[in-house]
Design a protein around this ligand. Sequence first.
Ligand code: NDP
Ligand SMILES: O=C(O)C1=N[C@H](C(=O)O)C[C@H](O)C1
Length: 212
Amino acid sequence: MKIGIVGYKGRMGKEIKDLFEEKNHEFVWGYDKDGEHFQEKPQIIIDFSLPEVFEKTEDYVKKFKVPLIIGTTGLQDEQIEALKALAKDVPVVQSYNFSIGIQLFLKMVDFLKDKIDGWDIEIVETHHRFKKDKPSGTAKMIKESLDKDVPISSLRLGNVAGDHVLYMANLGEVLGISHRALSRRAFAEGVLKSAEFVTNKKNGYFTFTDVI
Ligand SMILES: NC(=O)C1=CN([C@@H]2O[C@H](COP(=O)(O)OP(=O)(O)OC[C@H]3O[C@@H](n4cnc5c(N)ncnc54)[C@H](OP(=O)(O)O)[C@@H]3O)[C@@H](O)[C@H]2O)C=CC1
Ligand SMILES: O=C(O)C1=N[C@H](C(=O)O)C[C@H](O)C1
């Protein structure tokens, strides 16, 4: 397929471009801080950038009338609503984490969330020093799955690709669930799966949970 990437010069943008090209897809369009790179109209747009770029992404998706995969974190509620409106016309896949491991993590949370009443519960997320948002989108998803107002601690250390730990403790024991992304490749592979998933869809709002 012919892909377009918003944030194509960034860490995730480059990882996605490399993976798709490795699988014989073609990068034909991009948007980044210095503007548009246009070679051809893309068949899909993938956005890994910043919330402030969202309106540009929205405009381009409407202009090209193509599916959107969006992994940008820190989106405002109104931007999520705008994505849902966009999804009436084109397929949209939105997730704050495109790794398989975090999907399994969320399933474990769903299984145990009503079995830990009265326990101390905390989320710790660790990311590279360049990450702009805090707490991570994934930590917010874990908190939402728990359906409880739990504290989130954020560490910004070196070049960590993405670590999330959920600690749960009562007076006699400590239980933990942890996930570590060893590189950004894990996220890019989820984006590829999502791009394949939307090819036969006309419209609709999906998360990565729907994809796997
Ligand atoms: N859902 C998921 O699975 C994952 C989500 N993410 C999220 O993806 C996003 C990108 O992460 P990452 O690749 O590490 O970040 P980067 O900063 O490396 O990439 C973002 C890119 O967008 C560019 N940019 C900044 N401002 C603008 C602008 N106004 N207009 C156009 N382009 C702009 C940046 O340029 P410049 O560098 O010059 O500022 C950069 O090239 C983040 O929100 C991150 O949290 C990351 C990993 C996985
Ligand atoms: O910015 C990153 O790098 C990551 N961001 C996502 C998040 O905020 O949860 C996903 C992943 O942990 C990497």
